[in-house]
Design a protein around this ligand. Structure first.
Ligand SMILES: Cc1cc2nc3c(=O)[nH]c(=O)nc-3n(C[C@H](O)[C@H](O)[C@H](O)COP(=O)(O)OP(=O)(O)OC[C@H]3O[C@@H](n4cnc5c(N)ncnc54)[C@H](O)[C@@H]3O)c2cc1C
Length: 500
């Protein structure tokens, strides 16, 4: 046997043990494609819910929708589960579906190169044991999209003399009681953390660049009757149906079908009415009022975020930040506000070629995926695969996500991937690659439909929204959740070339 004949270490390597990696592993097992390994940088599963442990972290959509359709929990404590319950749910799925032995924790992929001769991926991983190479026929990227924390583009952040922490890397050793806290950012994480820390801080200064639309959420503990219902098949089905309809109406139908949905435009008025009700000081209220349409940017959902700005110990600063100094934050009007703790609620690198995936990926001919996307704009066939990058699939890819529950995305995209891998196995193929014409057709279809999306309203230009990439595209799928699910079942398998 020559070196080139050797089998890869595993048939499929999955990067990431968040819900995408967990969902991919379960889907492969169910299809009988059991020769896979999951590598995970953290030391527990759960991804988002393992890394984000700031006070108040929770889902923004009802828990009845934020779970696998085939593994509906009967133990959510609230309609919107807190982060620790999501982390526990991830652990439950890993153990129940026998994934734990397949996961290599504390193992970070730092690069992947396609070996054309052997038709496999050479994946370089760092772990406590050192740097090593793993080989796999197929590579599934489940490294997430809200994964790599973004630091503010502000001078002097490193020079701050007190404690600094990003919301996605919360330091529970820092006691916030009676401290002067500065928080930069008012995105979805800030909406959750600000109401939690304001009551314990001596003073909280919130530095806002762009206000966020915030809406109340029906976040209540689940009553005995509701929990009883969750244990009945019919009760679970009814709860899920209502929840799915609510999620579909509030995001995909509002944002993806904005121009044809008469209800969508009413959200701004509802958001303004809520601001009037919650924020007493008209000057503060004005500062908190977004100048862009609801949906241009991910909104927040919280029952006390806006009213937190009525507190005497909370100050909203909208003057741009000049720099961070050793003792606090200086704004361009020359004011320096001192602080003991600096919290960076500045989100994640999102629609960028350096986080999709989180490691450099080089296909045949030395072509980098980042380079392909820089040149051709973000695109992927059904949001899953890219021409020129055989045996590579991604759970979150350009024009895959409609914006409803992430679990709907995971189930649709892993179904797509499993169809490809099953077909490859049936044909004895060692190379699976989406045809360029199929990808071009899909991309053209996305472009022809995107005018329906809310993102092309003039006001979205003022939103500073992470939905937009550097080309000005919004790589979200202009479709509904059922359509995306249907297409994952029905796309023509011959849109892929299989080489034996
Ligand atoms: C605070 C917050 C609230 C959210 N709320 C909602 C919500 O209400 N509804 C919703 O639908 N979505 C929500 N999301 C989006 C959320 O990210 C997804 O729902 C989902 O958890 C993503 O799962 P994932 O597995 O794709 O990615 P992640 O959960 O990010 O998991 C990716 C995993 O890959 C690992 N990884 C990354 N790179 C590497 C590498 N190079 N090598 C090895 N391992 C790697 C990471 O350590 C991580 O564990 C929220 C996100 C955040 C941050």
């Amino acid at each position: 046997m020559t070196l080139t004949d050797r089998e890869p270490d595993c048939e499929t390597l999955i990067v990431g043990a968040g819900f995408s990696g967990i969902g991919a592993g379960i889907a492969l097992d169910r299809a009988g494609l059991r020769d896979y390994v999951i590598v995970e940088a953290g030391d527990q599963p759960g991804g988002t819910w393992y890394w984000n442990t700031y006070p108040g972290v929770a889902v923004d959509i009802p828990s009845f929708s934020y779970q696998f359709s085939f593994e509906q929990s009967d133990s959510w404590s609230r309609t919107y589960a807190p982060g620790r319950e999501l982390a526990a749910y991830a652990t439950h799925c890993v153990d129940k579906y026998g994934l734990r032995a397949r996961i290599r924790f504390r193992t970070t992929v730092v690069g992947a190169d396609f070996d054309e001769e052997r038709r496999l991926w050479r994946v370089i991983v760092d772990s406590p044991a050192g740097r090593a190479e793993m080989t796999a026929r197929h590579l599934i990227n489940a490294s997430g999209v809200l994964t790599v924390p973004k630091l503010p583009d502000v001078a002097g952040v490193d020079s701050f003399g007190g404690h600094t922490m990003h919301t996605a890397r919360w330091d529970h050793g820092v006691d916030l009681r009676g401290r002067r806290i500065a928080i930069i950012g008012t995105g979805a994480s800030a909406v959750q953390v600000i109401p939690e820390i304001a009551p314990i801080a001596e003073h909280l200064t919130v530095y806002q660049r762009t206000p966020i639309w915030c809406f109340p959420k029906a976040d209540v503990p689940l009553s005995g009757a509701a929990r009883w219902l969750m244990r009945l098949r019919a009760g679970r089905a009814a709860q899920r149906l209502v929840s799915q309809a609510y999620v579909e109406l509030t995001f995909p139908l509002a944002a993806q079908y904005f121009t044809v949905n008469p209800m969508a435009g009413r959200m701004d008025a509802a958001g303004r009415a809520y601001l009037r009700r919650e924020v007493h000081d008209p000057v503060v209220r004005e500062k908190l009022t977004p100048r862009y349409a609801v949906g241009c940017k991910r909104p927040g959902f919280h029952n006390t975020y806006l009213s937190t700005f009525n507190r005497d110990n909370v100050e909203l600063v909208t003057e741009p930040i000049d720099k961070v100094t050793g003792s606090g934050v200086a704004t361009t009007d020359g004011t320096l506000r001192e602080a003991d703790v600096l919290i960076l609620a500045t989100g994640f690198q999102v629609m960028g070629t350096d986080n999709l995936p989180t490691f450099p990926l080089t296909g045949p001919g030395g072509r980098s995926l980042a380079g392909f996307w820089d040149e051709h704009r973000l695109q992927a066939y059904e949001g899953v695969s890219v021409p020129g990058f055989p045996n590579f699939f991604t759970v979150f890819g350009p024009y895959g996500y409609v914006g409803s529950s992430y679990f709907a995305l995971i189930e649709a995209q892993t179904r797509h991937i499993v169809r490809c891998l099953t077909a490859a196995r049936a044909r004895g193929a060692t190379l699976v690659e989406v045809r360029r014409e199929a990808n071009d057709r899909y991309f053209a279809e996305m472009m022809s439909k995107r005018h329906r999306q809310i993102f092309w309203q003039d006001s979205c230009r003022h939103a500073n929204s992470y939905y937009f990439d550097k080309h000005g595209d919004v790589p979200l799928r202009p479709a509904s959740t059922p359509e995306a699910a249907w297409r994952s079942r029905r796309f023509p398998i011959d849109d892929y070339a299989f080489t034996t």
